[in-house]
Design a protein around this ligand. Structure first.
Ligand SMILES: *Cc1c(COP(=O)(O)O)cnc(C)c1O
Length: 235
């Protein structure tokens, strides 16, 4: 094991311990939380190191970066978590298992079309990203639109409605943000969840706030810097 792999292994052990402790505190099973390693800004070699350490779920927020890494490290489950332009839908549908950041009816149409053309064996998973503070500038559907976007995802065969996703808005207490997301997720699950698509994922929690997210029912934590190190901002 090279030095970098050993460092990532130590970070991974710490993150898994945090997830376990948060699950114990919440009375949940650690298996009920999936760790999605966010590899943005880090090279494909780090994705391979994570694979060697048993990680299968990896996430990226830009197609330009994700597509070559997905090609370089086969066998991973790719989660797309960033704002997505409709003209990137074809590319993303060719390698991603699930898109966490679906926030408009137009994007649902583009992804459904792309997924249908991609000749996939399974539908492309989709989560509705919720703008918890109804700020239109940063990604996410306004709270009043969430059900419409979920309904559109659930309507066709090319996409599979997995649930809801959010990032805690700046300046909000994570507990407040994630409690609100849990309530929205529960409504979506009751309205649109079915035997094939239970729509029961809650994608919430990052390096700094995963404990709060798990307390409020997160099923998928998206962790980058706590695993791979602090990112230098892209120029
Ligand atoms: C970068 C990113 C993460 C991971 O953030 P960290 O603070 O590095 O854990 C999670 N979710 C999204 C949508 C991201 O863009």
């Amino acid at each position: 094991m090279d030095e970098r792999t050993a460092l990532i292994a130590a970070n991974l052990a710490t993150v898994r311990e945090r997830i376990s402790a948060a699950c114990r505190a919440a009375g949940r099973e650690p298996e009920s939380v999936t760790l999605v390693a966010i590899t943005k800004t880090y090279p494909a070699e780090d994705v391979a190191r994570l694979a060697e350490l048993g990680i299968r779920d990896v996430g990226e927020n830009r197609d330009q970066e994700a597509a070559p890494k997905a090609a370089a490290v086969p066998g991973m489950r790719w989660h797309f978590v960033g704002q997505l332009q409709r003209n990137k839908a074809r590319s993303v549908a060719s390698y991603a298992d699930v898109v966490h950041s679906v926030d408009s009816l137009r994007l649902v149409d583009a992804l459904a079309d792309a997924a249908a053309r991609a000749g996939r064996e399974t539908p492309l998973g989709a989560l509705v990203q919720v703008s918890l503070d109804d700020d239109e500038q940063r990604g996410g559907a306004l709270t009043g639109m969430v059900e419409k976007v979920a309904e559109a995802i659930a309507a066709g065969p090319a996409l599979s409605l997995r649930g809801v996703m959010a990032v805690a808005p700046l300046g909000w207490a994570p507990d407040e943000a994630f409690a609100r997301l849990a309530a929205i997720g529960s409504r979506i699950r009751q309205r649109f969840g079915g035997p094939h698509d239970p729509a029961d994922w809650i994608s919430a929690g990052m390096s700094n706030d995963l404990e709060s997210a798990i307390l409020h029912g997160s099923t998928h934590v998206r962790v980058g810097s706590a695993l791979l190190g602090k990112r230098t901002p892209l120029g």
